[in-house]
Design a binder for this molecule. Structure first.
Ligand SMILES: [Zn+2]
Length: 405
């Protein structure tokens, strides 16, 4: 039976660290071990600490690692066996002492964080640890980061914070917060390891698994979607058709519009269902459709709550749009990277095996310099959007650069 760490692909070093920490944490629960020399006050034991940061590129498995470690902390055997009730409920997201924060919008606010810190300070109902997993900790607002820092600086004895962030760069995580956490770096998993897990866990045919693992460039979740979702494959095909369509200025602007609109449509589809459900649930809770004096009064206060919900939904939609656009840009960057490695005759496996012939033609026309300039144009577009340049402006500039070379 695979244990809690089985889905952490190609991360042997990190898994080793986490296993040892889980054993140390279990020893702490078993009883007072002789305090190691020089242990900081409040340090629960060698190998174990109250606050962790999991870093790595998107898709490397930051949140998978955090959840697996959370399971190991709640495991009745102290190992992350994968089968006991502690492991099982943690992996299923139903453990009473494991709180998972998945930001839906562009940032995690201070109110949300204060409430979380407060609840995390309570005694674990299962007798082990209170675990708080914060995905995308780089999206904490400054005030939320400070609220979290206070809790991390003086942690309740049985509380563990697990943060996930792209890196420990000050843009992603504050220096003071970073200094209080142990860092577990994850690397981009090699395509072979990704293909193996797709075949083993998801039952994907080996050749499809290999293609998807290469095309996803080490992003495990993306590889899984490409292998299993025809819509995701169709969207990828449309993106990879862009280089052939850039025949002039007009075509470049058309391609920019198509890329932006595809990202918008994808994002809308991904959030539409939850938006409608949330609104219906709130309206029911507020007594919409009721009659009488009470209902009328309730509706007046309700306007504010509906506004609040709309604001959160808008933030989530913007995030989903940016994520969709970024996936498209990563695919496009992979294509120009392929053209560059072909032009250089570098002995590197291509990202997109199915567009190898077009990349080859591009390499002949553009040579290495032209392929490199185009690759840089895509990467600059990503960076510009990350720095809050309006996506349409950044994408139009990129398309023009890709056309002109
Ligand atoms: Zn277990």
């Amino acid at each position: 039976m695979p244990d809690a760490f089985a889905d952490l692909v190609g991360q042997d070093e990190a898994v080793d660290t986490l296993r040892r920490a889980a054993v140390a944490a279990n020893a702490v629960l078993r009883g007072p071990a002789p305090s190691p020399e020089g242990a900081a006050p409040g340090d629960p034991g060698a190998g174990m600490t109250h606050a962790w940061i999991f870093t790595g590129p998107p898709g490397s498995g930051r949140s998978v690692a955090a959840r697996a470690f959370a399971a190991a902390l709640q495991c009745v055997h102290g190992t992350g066996c994968g089968t006991c009730p502690g492991c099982h409920t943690t992996m299923a997201g139903t453990h009473a002492d494991v709180r998972l924060v998945v930001p839906e919008g562009l940032s995690i606010g201070v109110g949300e964080m204060r409430a979380l810190v407060l609840r995390a300070a309570s005694t674990p109902s299962g007798g082990r640890w209170q675990v708080v997993v914060i995905e995308d900790a780089d999206r904490l607002t400054e005030a939320a980061g400070n609220a979290l820092l206070k809790a991390v600086e003086e942690p309740p004895p049985r509380t563990v914070f697990l943060l996930c962030a792209p890196s420990t760069h000050p843009d992603d995580i504050s220096v003071t917060l970073r200094s209080r956490c142990r860092v577990v770096p994850l690397r981009q998993p090699p395509p072979d390891a990704v293909a193996e897990v797709l075949a083993r866990r998801d039952g994907v045919a080996p050749d499809v698994a290999r293609w998807a693992a290469a095309a996803a460039q080490g992003h495990v979740g993306r590889a899984r979607r490409l292998a299993r979702d025809p819509e995701a494959r169709k969207r990828r095909d449309a993106v990879l058709a862009v280089p052939r369509r850039l025949t002039g200025v007009g075509a470049a602007f058309d391609a920019a519009s198509a890329l932006i609109e595809a990202a918008e449509a994808e994002a809308e589809a991904s959030v539409a269902e939850s938006d409608a459900a949330e609104r219906a649930a709130l309206e029911t809770a507020l007594g919409a459709g009721g009659t009488g004096r009470g209902a009328a009064g309730a509706m007046r206060g309700a306007a504010g709550q509906l506004k609040d919900l709309e604001r959160r939904q808008k933030s989530r939609a913007t995030r989903a749009q940016r994520d969709a656009l970024d996936r498209a840009l990563v695919d496009l960057a992979g294509f120009y990277r392929d053209a560059l490695t072909i032009a250089l005759r570098a002995p590197v496996a291509p990202v997109h095996t199915d567009t190898a012939a077009i990349a080859e033609a591009g390499a002949q026309r553009w040579h290495a310099e032209g392929a490199l300039r185009r690759l840089e144009a895509v990467l600059e577009c990503r960076a510009a959007i990350e720095a809050n340049v309006k996506p349409r402006i950044a994408v139009e500039a990129m398309m023009l650069a890709l056309w002109k070379g």
